[in-house]
Design a protein around this ligand. Structure first.
Ligand code: ADP
Ligand code: ZN
Ligand code: ZN
Length: 765
């Protein structure tokens, strides 16, 4: 009997076996999608294995219903890679596959229906014409037992089982889909998002072909080494392209891709989500035209599907995108590029918690492709790989444009400098004067502040109580929104939790003592924008943060910035990456301490790279740049070394510290994350799991340290108490053995709790 192992999109670790009916056998290939019965309904799965097996009378297999694709939708190289990803992260194979597959296009199922007459239950769906659609997806949260019934419950099960769904399509099946979805969202069990349909803006304009510039000596040397590797003329397979901001790393990528296409192979380029701007994509399209597939989260199912097909068919050979582009079916992969490889957004923090940079190295290695990791501030992990000779270090020590130089950085000690003319302690006199000077020269400035909203806290003046989220252990942020101009009035504003999305009116009294004297504390981007507008009435001030970006306004804003219509751009992390504006000569870091104070062993590394990256936005062209960093810790090495542009000095000193405290890259980590609505349930479960870890052979042999259980730094999130157990080992082998021992226990814990494994964790919160 021919048996197919099928991965279905459910959070279960294994694939399921089905009998292959005779009439389907000739059509079936590994990597193809099939329709099969699963838990009383039909679902689309992917064949991961195929073989003859003795039929067993005790365990009769269900037959496959239909074959969806005649050819694999997942090429062999990618399928094997996905299986390895699932194994590495202890993730369900179905979920990993789901990330690699575009949602099945309905039209295609209808066609199959006509041809095979097998797909009776998948009914016709109407085409929807509007430009945006509302999509519902499951969050990581679990429901309190018994809170859900009816359609809300069914819809949640569906989105958990099959992934995000377009709400209007659900309405075909569930009459109350809309209200049920809202209910799920209000309980934190699901997310509702507007998503653009086809014709995503990144594809809109046709790029003119550019003429490649003459390479600098350093660029030429780097390009030669990478090209030799792609052509198989050298044994080097991996590179760390360590180039200062503005050194022209992108040009090296472009040349490498060209060399890759020349030998008939495909290339994959990954960039951080917020770096995926029309400007960057434009540079790639200017070189490769329509040979380029852009993969991003704003794509409609249809566009995603079309792209997938073009790549599979080899019509398009280069894919560029954020994290998820890792799974693009690029044909005969010859080159993988990870730009800004140090960026935290390459780690997915929900669902399958994979690290796209680490897995890019793996995919390239398996495919025999060349890998290039690029950064101005390499991660310690990659830098250490280069020190051990596993990656070849290529340096671009100077800015590409001969007239451009690195900006001069001044550190302002906020303990010594008080407030400038605005009276806000976070706008010191030197920063104020620097902004004035920039405006006077008709140049542009960027101010970076890592807090969105108006004020990060609301405090009671009488008893000091801070207004916090009811579901999370964090303070609520005051947002003025479109409200009035009186910066200290709470009227018309809203409070929001930046972790769970809770939003409400501003309270009119303290919930503890009832006092009406509430005070706004701290500075967020909204307030900074407002304060600057009052201080510099003749200047055009704009703000870029998630609140603006969610309204879909960021592209317009960036093109206004480019056109010189904005004098001062205020923003969060979004202003720090990738942008290349000739007229930006001044960059201010309003508060460098926020990132330094995070309870995380990587906080120094993260602050440092943030500072270098944001400073790198200044003076990229002819005009010299100037950077002001405000801090209360002017002696902190991350700040001192960032001010000197001494990246290597920082990497070396930080590596020394990491070696001393035995943390990555000198140790391997895994985190068990445990959460439950009841704190005692969470704590008890965490304790049980920690004991199981300690009882494992590698821990008893002293090869794995078990740290905890302890409450997570973010002790409560979305009404769940959170605990963690940290596993640490010098070598990966014992760590994996320990995880293998506890992994089977995760499905048998107290049903009110949830536990998961986070391999190589990035967020320690
Ligand atoms: P990075 O990615 O290293 O920060 P970019 O690739 O954005 O740097 O390059 C910075 C600027 O230098 C861009 O405006 C780019 O067009 C320009 N540039 C890159 N290479 C060259 C070159 N060889 N000659 C002249 N200008 C260059
Ligand atoms: Zn009070
Ligand atoms: Zn919250």
């Amino acid at each position: 009997m021919l048996v197919a192992d099928v991965a279905v999109p459910v959070p279960l670790a294994r694939a399921f076996s089905y009998e292959v009916p005779q009439h389907l056998a000739p059509l079936l290939v590994p990597g193809a999608r099939v329709l099969c019965d699963f838990r009383k309904r039909q679902t689309i799965g992917v064949v991961v294995g195929l073989g003859e097996r003795e039929p067993s009378p005790d365990l009769p297999l269900k037959p496959l219903r239909a074959v969806v694709d005649a050819r694999p939708v997942v090429p062999k190289e990618l399928l094997d890679f996905l299986l390895e990803v699932a194994g590495y992260y202890y993730a369900p194979i179905g979920e990993v596959l789901r990330m690699a597959l575009p949602a099945l296009e309905r039209g295609e199922v209808e066609r199959l229906e006509d041809v095979q007459g097998e797909l009776g239950t998948l009914k016709r769906t109407k085409q929807i014409g509007e430009a945006r659609e509302l999509v519902i997806s499951a969050t990581d949260s679990v429901e309190e037992p018994g809170t859900l019934r009816g359609q809300a419950r069914e819809i949640l099960a569906l989105v958990r089982g099959t992934g995000p769904q377009v709400l209007s399509r659900l309405e075909d099946r569930f009459k109350n889909a809309r209200s049920a979805a809202k209910k799920l969202a209000s309980l934190g069990l699901a997310k509702l998002e507007q998503r653009a349909r086809a014709h995503a803006p990144l594809f809109a304009e046709l790029a003119e072909r550019d003429t490649p510039p003459e390479l600098t000596t350093a660029q030429a040397e780097a390009t030669a080494r990478v090209t030799a590797s792609i052509r198989g003329e050298s044994t080097e397979r991996g590179f760390l392209l360590f180039g200062v901001t503005g050194s022209g790393k992108t040009e090296v990528y472009l040349r490498a891709i060209a060399a890759c296409l020349e030998v008939g192979k495909g290339a994959l380029v990954m960039v951080p989500e917020i770096a995926l701007t029309p400007q960057l994509v434009g540079r790639f399209r200017a070189r490769f035209g329509d040979d380029l597939a852009v993969v991003h989260s704003g794509l409609s199912d249809k566009a995603r599907h079309a792209m997938h097909k073009k790549l599979l068919a080899g019509e398009v050979k280069v894919a560029i995108g954020a994290r998820s582009a890792l799974f693009a079916p690029v044909p005969s992969l010859g080159l993988v590029i990870v730009d800004e490889e140090h960026d935290g957004s390459f780690k997915q923090e929900e669902g399958v918690r994979y690290h796209a940079r680490d897995m890019a190295i793996l995919r390239a290695h398996r495919a025999g492709a060349t890998i290039v990791l690029g950064s101005a501030t390499p991660s310690l992990e990659s830098f250490e790989l280069s020190r051990k000779g596993k990656l070849t270090l290529l340096r671009l020590p100077d800015r590409a444009k001969s007239e451009a130089s690195l900006p001069v950085v001044e550190v302002i000690d906020l303990k010594r400098f008080g407030a400038g003319p605005t009276g806000d302690p976070l706008l010191s006199l030197p920063l104020h004067r620097a902004l004035e000077a920039t405006l006077a020269k008709k140049e542009q400035a960027i101010l970076f502040l890592n807090r969105r909203g108006h004020s990060p806290t609301i405090v009671c003046m009488m008893c000091g109580t801070v207004h916090t989220c009811k579901a999370c252990s964090v303070s609520l942020t005051f947002h003025r929104g479109r409200g009035g101009f009186d910066s200290e009035s709470l009227e018309g504003g809203r409070v929001r939790c930046h972790y769970c999305g809770y939003e409400d009116h501003v309270p009119d009294r303290c919930e503890k003592c009832g006092s009406r004297e509430l005070l706004l504390e701290g500075l967020g981007t909204e307030k900074l924008e407002q304060t600057l507008a009052e201080a510099f009435p003749a200047a055009t001030i704009a703000r870029l943060d998630r609140d603006v970006a969610e309204g879909g306004k960021s592209e317009k804003l960036l093109s206004r910035m480019r056109a010189g219509e904005i004098d001062i751009l205020v923003g969060t992390q979004m202003v720090t990456k990738g942008h290349d504006y000739p007229n930006v000569t001044m960059v201010g870091v309003v508060n460098a301490d926020a990132a330094l104070s995070m309870p995380d062993f990587r906080s120094g590394e993260r602050s440092f790279s943030l500072l270098v990256q944001v400073a790198g936005r200044a003076g990229r062209h002819e005009r010299p740049g100037r950077v002001i960093i405000q801090t209360r810790n002017p002696e902190h090495p991350a700040i001192v070394l960032a001010a000197r542009h001494d990246v290597e000095g920082f990497l070396r000193s930080e590596l020394k510290d990491r070696a001393e405290v035995h943390y990555p890259p000198f140790a391997k980590l895994a985190l068990l994350r445990i959460e439950a609505i009841d704190a005692r349930v969470a704590q008890r479960t965490a304790g049980d799991l920690a004991r199981a870890c300690m009882a494992s052979a590698p821990a008893r042999a002293g090869k794995v340290d078990v740290l905890g259980p302890s409450p997570a730094p973010l002790a409560r999130l979305r009404a769940r108490y959170r605990f963690r157990v940290l596993l640490r080992a010098t070598d990966r082998g014992p760590l994996r053995a320990c995880l293998a021992a506890v992994e089977p226990l995760l499905s048998g814990i107290d049903r009110r709790a949830r536990a998961l494994i986070d391999v190589d964790p990035v967020s320690m919160m």
